[in-house]
Write a protein that binds this ligand. Structure first.
Ligand code: KIV
Length: 287
């Protein structure tokens, strides 16, 4: 086993903050169910996010907007049963923190009490400072998320890289600082130029976790289904696919279908058998 994995038996919020002080990178992946969460945890990934991207990757919605707190909770519980070492984080979905702050705190409490989450993530910068503060006051660790925030797809007019002009980049720096000042212990930077991500990473005391934000962030996150080639869409520029599970699964499914149609599955080794005594007794009774 990797000696670094042995050194940390459980990843915690203080451990994530210390990583930045020690200059050690943080790994993060999404997971939405028991088997993928087990694989991710056993691979030694530091933090697992039950991301609202599950709306698209496993529920088939066309954006993250429709997914609900209850749907997220259902997946969170399955992931919780699998995860031993990683810090377990979950997204507050669109609508759960946009009206009364109390509703966001209630959803956060449900995630911790019923779902076993250890932190929640929400999208937005300065506008979210109050809700982040209230969640932290309620002992709910918070991860911020700025830049390309998928829940804002309609107001952004699509999924576009953010912070490409000096003005919008300055806005994102102010957003990052507001998220840190409000008490978040980490922040996701999504879909921003690497130069801007580098500047934000150097300005903040809390770690930045990048996705489509270049290599200068303190950590990286990817959507599990993108990483393993199971997302049924052309991957974004920043995605590196480490496997082609779609191809592998298509071959397996085609072979299964062929074997059943040809009578090649199941064969005798894949069948249960009577003992000779039962066979003899059955033949005696029936004849
Ligand atoms: O929902 C998600 O998967 C996310 C990550 C991509 C950061 O928010």
């Amino acid at each position: 086993m990797d000696p670094k994995l042995e050194a940390v038996s459980k990843v915690t919020v203080p451990e994530i903050l210390d990583r930045k002080l020690r200059g050690e990178r943080i790994t993060c992946l999404t997971a939405y169910d028991y088997p993928t969460a087990r694989l991710v945890d056993e691979a030694g990934i530091d933090t697992i996010l039950v991301g609202d991207s599950l709306a698209q990757t496993v529920l088939g919605y066309d954006s993250t907007v429709p997914v609900t707190v209850d749907e997220m909770l259902h997946h969170l519980k399955a992931v919780r049963r699998a995860v031993r070492r990683a810090l377990l984080m979950v997204d507050l979905p669109f609508g759960a923190y946009h009206t009364e702050v109390g509703r966001a705190v209630e959803a956060g409490i449900r995630y911790l009490k019923e779902g076993g989450a250890e932190a929640v993530k929400l999208e937005g910068g300065r506008r979210r400072a109050e809700v982040i503060r209230k969640l932290v006051e309620a002992e709910i660790p918070v991860v911020g998320h700025i830049g390309l925030t998928p829940q804002s797809v309609h107001s952004m007019g699509g999924y576009r890289v953010q912070g490409k002009t000096v003005e919008s980049a300055s806005d994102l720096v102010a957003d990052a600082e507001a998220v840190e000042d409000a008490g978040a212990f980490a922040i996701v930077l999504e879909g921003v130029p690497r130069e801007l991500a580098g500047i934000i990473t150097r300005r903040l005391r809390i770690p930045t976790i990048g996705i489509g934000a270049g290599p200068e962030c303190d950590g990286q996150v990817l959507v599990f289904h993108d990483l393993v080639g199971l997302s049924f869409q052309t991957p974004a520029k920043f995605v590196r696919s480490y496997a082609d599970l779609t191809g592998t699964l298509r071959v397996a499914l085609a072979e299964y279908r062929r074997d059943v149609l040809e009578g090649a599955y199941p064969d005798d080794r894949e069948s249960y058998h009577w003992s000779p005594a039962v066979r003899a007794e059955f033949d005696r009774v029936r004849t």
